[in-house]
Unconditional design. Structure first.
Length: 52
């Protein structure tokens, strides 16, 4: 039972660090897709001159 006194705060701290890291990545716009690569891969059109 004494082990829980250590494990619960450690797990809350690690969860908080993960949450802070996730919020930081969202605010630094790392998940944005301005070029729409997810839609481009599904199209049947072939581009001979891709963007540089």
């Amino acid at each position: 039972m004494n082990v829980l006194a250590y494990l619960i705060p450690v797990s809350l701290i690690l969860g908080g660090i993960g949450l802070i890291a996730f919020v930081f990545t969202v605010k630094s716009r790392q998940y944005d897709d301005p070029d729409g690569a997810a839609e481009r891969i599904l199209s049947d059109d072939y581009d001979d001159h891709p963007k540089s």
